[in-house]
Design a protein around this ligand. Structure first.
Ligand SMILES: Nc1ncnc2c1ncn2[C@@H]1O[C@H](COP(=O)(O)OP(=O)(O)OP(=O)(O)O)[C@@H](O)[C@H]1O
Length: 235
């Protein structure tokens, strides 16, 4: 399978702190990589670099074979779901879809397909600022997929949302991956590790890869150790 993301020796310093310390990773077409780590471990920092939002201190990052420091053209292959609510809060759901579709050069058929698949028909007239978390996340994913991206970057895709929305989002993610899409998903809830193919565990600036079952076992063992923290699966 084609390599969609290739990161080599990536270092990110913010102020005096080394947030990412020489990360190397590859993600292939059809793969979903979960990025797991405690609060402040650098999940968002990594995702923002991959999405071309933040610059980085050193290293090399390629997305779809494009060196992201050379050109912004890789962004046409991206879909992004951010951790914070970053759709247009004063527009309703339909207006967000229409406007973002225009920016992404996506056609009406794509909008209609995503409304149907993410079951957004009943919330189209709702102002985004007043939407429940579940429908909001479904809308955010629909907007991210409007351009048929090759790489979906998602920060906390299904945390703290209703189970119905969670199921719809996971179903859509499965379809996306089965069609050759690639996903990098930042998780702070270990419970969601079972939905990814591989876990990249960020800690002290380094990344270690585990099969999901092993990452979960390690996390549970840590919770049970005297120095363990949390207790509900959240890092
Ligand atoms: N603008 C900034 N100025 C200073 N430090 C920052 C800034 N942005 C991020 N950091 C620091 O970088 C580190 C990584 O933050 P990041 O948000 O990537 O972590 P995270 O794993 O996504 O955390 P969370 O689970 O809380 O979202 C943290 O120690 C944070 O304090």
């Amino acid at each position: 399978m084609e390599t969609i993301v290739a990161v080599k020796d990536l270092t990110q310093k913010i102020g005096r702190k080394t947030v990412l310390d020489g990360l190397t990773l590859e993600v292939r077409a059809g793969e979903c990589l979960g990025i797991f780590g405690m609060k402040g471990s650098g999940k968002t920092a990594l995702l923002h670099i991959l999405a071309g939002i933040d610059r980085f201190t050193s290293g090399k990052v390629e997305v779809a074979g494009i060196d992201i420091r050379r050109t912004e053209k890789f962004k046409i292959y991206l879909g992004l779901v951010t951790q914070e609510r970053s759709l247009f809060q004063d527009l309703n759901a339909a207006e967000n879809l229409d406007f973002i579709a225009a920016l992404k050069n996506a056609g009406r058929d794509n909008i209609d397909r995503l409304i149907e698949r993410l079951e957004l028909g009943e919330v189209l007239n709702q102002p985004v600022g007043h939407m429940e978390a579940g429908p909001y996340q479904r809308l955010a994913l629909a907007c991210a997929l409007l351009n048929n991206p090759r790489l979906l970057i998602a920060d906390e895709l299904i945390g703290a949302i209703d189970l119905y929305s969670r199921r719809i989002i996971l179903r859509e993610l499965e379809t996306f991956l089965a069609g050759g899409g690639t996903c990098i998903w930042a998780l702070s809830n270990a419970e969601f590790m079972r939905h990814v193919h591989r876990v990249g565990w960020l800690e002290k600036g380094k990344i270690t890869f585990y099969p999901p079952a092993e990452a979960l076992t390690r996390w549970n063992a840590r919770l049970q150790s005297p120095a363990g923290q949390g207790g509900d699966g959240d890092a």
